[in-house]
Design a binder for this molecule. Structure first.
Ligand code: CTP
Ligand code: MG
Length: 233
């Protein structure tokens, strides 16, 4: 119990959300998004630590305005970096070689809607395979372009039954994720799973709910409120 440490990157600025402050300060059912995300994780008996990388400019807000909420979930606030993987790296440095930590879960602070069931399922899979992420089925029809020499753009249908939208948490054995980041040469990666793949370790996937959406645009909040209300009924 308690052998999972969570790194919850929160050091972005929320450009696409377009508010004055970090989008993570917007509220969902009366509490900031980052708090709602952490709350879901803190409810799991398997989670022993929550490390949250934040930006330099947001640090004062977490130390003052939000200090009670931070303390309530025993969140460890650390300084994040310019890119998401810099922030995850800062989280890894904070965890260091804590011998109580057997698995590390990386979960976007912008995903406040992950269900307890999906969390338990991805944690269980990671304990079996050392690397597991949540994924949602692709909802729409996908077409791939085929370019012929006549310059006309044509497309063909892609079978989407074996495609997933990658979600978080992404959960790895602690040593594996530390190694993937040590070997990281700076070439951008789309997520932590890709970095782990690059050092030759396969990543298993657990089919999760598409309700676990990432708040990216302001209009995502209304959807999130509806899903949240339903999940707490
Ligand atoms: N993140 C981070 N450090 C960065 C960039 C992003 O910790 N340098 C975090 C964000 O705070 C967010 C998660 O990574 O919780 C996913 O990133 P995204 O949804 O893209 O958030 P932002 O980068 O803040 O938004 P945008 O790309 O619109 O600016
Ligand atoms: Mg971003």
């Amino acid at each position: 119990l308690g052998s999972i440490a969570v790194i919850m990157p929160a050091a972005g600025s929320g450009q696409r959300f377009g508010s004055q402050r970090n989008k993570l300060f917007a509220t969902l059912a009366g509490k900031p998004l980052w708090f709602r995300s952490a709350e879901r994780l803190a409810e799991s008996p398997l989670v022993g630590r929550i490390v949250m990388p934040v930006s330099e400019s947001d640090q004062p807000a977490f130390e003052n305005e939000f200090s009670d909420l931070v303390a309530r979930l025993r969140i460890e606030v650390v300084r994040g970096g310019a890119e998401r993987y810099d922030s995850v790296r800062a989280g890894l440095a904070a965890i260091g070689d804590d011998s109580e930590v057997r698995w590390i879960a990386v979960h976007d602070a912008a995903r406040p809607l992950v269900s307890a069931g999906d969390l338990a399922a991805v944690f269980a899979m990671a304990s079996q395979t050392d690397a597991a992420i949540l994924g949602a089925p692709v909802p729409g029809t996908i077409r791939r372009e085929i370019r012929l020499s006549d310059g006309i753009l044509r497309t063909e249908t892609v079978d989407r039954r074996d495609l997933y939208v990658a979600l978080t948490p992404q959960v790895f054995s602690a040593g594996l994720l530390q190694r993937a980041y040590q070997k990281h040469n700076g070439r951008p990666a789309t997520d932590d799973a890709e970095l782990v793949e690059r050092i030759g370790h396969p990543v298993s996937i657990v089919r999760g709910s598409a309700d676990n959406l990432k708040i990216t645009y302001p209009e995502d909040l209304a959807v999130a409120e509806a899903i949240y209300a339903r999940s707490t009924k």
